[in-house]
Structures are given as structure tokens and as C-alpha cells.
Design a protein around this ligand. Structure first.
Ligand code: CA
Length: 238
């Protein structure tokens, strides 16, 4: 499958850079424009949230520590009204922070300092995933195992008719497991497909998210859906 390109012959994709360090903001602006994106910049979190409400952006690069309103609150605020892809930028790199960043609705997380090529890859990945979600498959494309059903068109997940609330990453992970039901998936495969790149060999995040899914599905409905295959990975099956 061909990767989405930054440059588009009909309309340039617009990336909103929310970063209070002028040096980094300017650097990102130059690099993104060089890649064919249109850009806009903002340094204040509160202002940024207002602009996202009123302007059309295709993706948001969101610094964590900002004046006005911090990145976490901006992200949370945006998710109340928009599905626009968000990549958080931060100086911290603990896995807890990474997970928190994603749990509040960010699509991805990158720690500073980062290689610009890695950021570009993540931007393309987030845009591609967003486009795939927007494609809106029909009802026939629902995914299921036993009484667990996922409706990609509406992002609904139900177990025995009861709705389950998942974060975006949990949803993507469950969708990947269901699309490959009864197949054992390695942690590396899951990382590659769900996160879209290699977390430098750090597959802990996969275990963390499997745990989240189990706590919301297996534990609540007292049934085993997600199975661990020791030394290999995970499988969803009857
Ligand atoms: Ca900052």
C-alpha cells in the first residue's frame, strides 16, 4: 500500500504547531513546509484550543508544557469536539507519561529531542490511520468473536449487547486482534501494526494495553477473550 504523501496536488495538508519554544516551533515550520505541508503556529495552549475549534487543521503537533493551558488539557479539550490526529511532543520519556498521553486521546507521542525523519514518519502514519478511520466501512465489516462485536463505522464495541468504552489505542489494538482472530500475534507484530512503528524494541506498551483491554472486557464480562501465548504474544479466540 502506498504511503500518504505530505504534498497533495489538490490541497496541502495543514499542520498546527502548538509549541512555546520559538526555536523548535520555527524549526518544525521550516521542515514541515519543506515536506509540502501548510503550517500554522501557536504558543499559548488556550489560544490553540480556540483556534482548533474554529479553524480546519489536518493534524496537530502539541507540546506538553505550554503557557495558558498545558498540552494534556488542550488534547482533552479537543477530543470533546474533534477527531483530528494529535501527536504530543514532550521532553519526558517515561512509559507512564507515554501511556497517559495516549489515553487522553493523542494519536501518538514523541519525546524531545527527536529526529525530524522520525517525526515525519509518525505524522504520515497518524494521517494514514485517520484516513482509514474516516473511510467508514459498512455494517457488514463488523468484527466479532463470540458475543464481542466491534462496529468500525461508529467505533462501537459491545459485549453481550452492552457497550464498552475504549480509548483510541485500545480500540485499534482490539480491532487488530479481531481482524486476525485465532491467529497468534507477536508483540512486535502488534507494535508494528497498531502503533505503526518500532518503539525501539520496547514492547512493554503492548502488555500494558492488553492489560487495559482485559480489565474492560475479560474482567468485566467474566469470560476469556484475549489469551496469552507464553513466549510469543497474544491471540483473541473462543
Ligand atoms: Ca514547552
Amino acid at each position: 500500500m502506498e504511503e500518504a504523501k505530505g504534498a497533495n496536488p489538490t490541497r496541502k495538508l495543514k499542520i498546527f504547531i502548538v509549541e512555546d519554544e520559538q526555536r523548535i516551533g520555527r524549526f518544525l515550520e521550516i521542515e514541515l513546509q519543506h515536506e509540502g505541508y501548510e503550517t500554522a503556529r501557536e504558543i499559548d495552549g488556550k489560544q490553540a484550543l480556540e483556534r482548533i475549534r474554529t479553524e480546519k487543521f489536518d493534524l496537530i503537533l502539541l507540546d506538553l508544557m505550554l503557557p495558558g493551558l498545558d498540552g494534556m488539557d488542550v488534547c482533552r479539550g479537543v477530543r470533546e469536539f474533534s477527531d483530528v490526529p494529535i501527536i504530543m511532543l514532550t521532553a519526558r520519556d517515561e512509559i507512564e507519561d507515554r501511556v497517559n498521553g495516549l489515553d487522553i486521546g493523542a494519536d501518538d507521542y514523541i519525546t524531545k529531542p527527536f529526529a525530524i525523519q522520525e517525526l515525519m514518519a509518525r505524522i504520515r502514519n497518524a494521517l494514514r490511520k485517520h484516513t482509514a478511520r474516516e473511510a467508514q466501512p459498512g455494517e457488514d465489516d463488523k468484527l466479532f468473536i463470540m458475543d464481542l462485536v466491534m462496529y468500525p463505522k461508529t467505533y462501537e464495541v459491545k459485549v453481550a449487547g452492552q457497550e464498552v468504552q475504549l480509548t483510541r489505542r485500545e480500540y485499534d489494538l482490539l480491532a487488530y486482534l479481531l481482524a486476525n482472530k485465532r491467529l497468534v500475534l507477536t508483540r512486535d507484530q502488534i507494535l508494528q501494526e497498531v502503533w505503526g512503528y518500532d518503539y525501539a524494541g520496547d514492547t512493554n506498551v503492548v502488555d500494558v494495553y492488553i492489560r487495559y483491554l482485559r480489565s474492560k472486557i475479560d474482567d468485566v464480562f467474566k469470560k476469556k477473550y484475549i489469551h496469552t501465548v507464553r513466549g510469543v504474544g497474544y491471540v483473541i479466540r473462543e
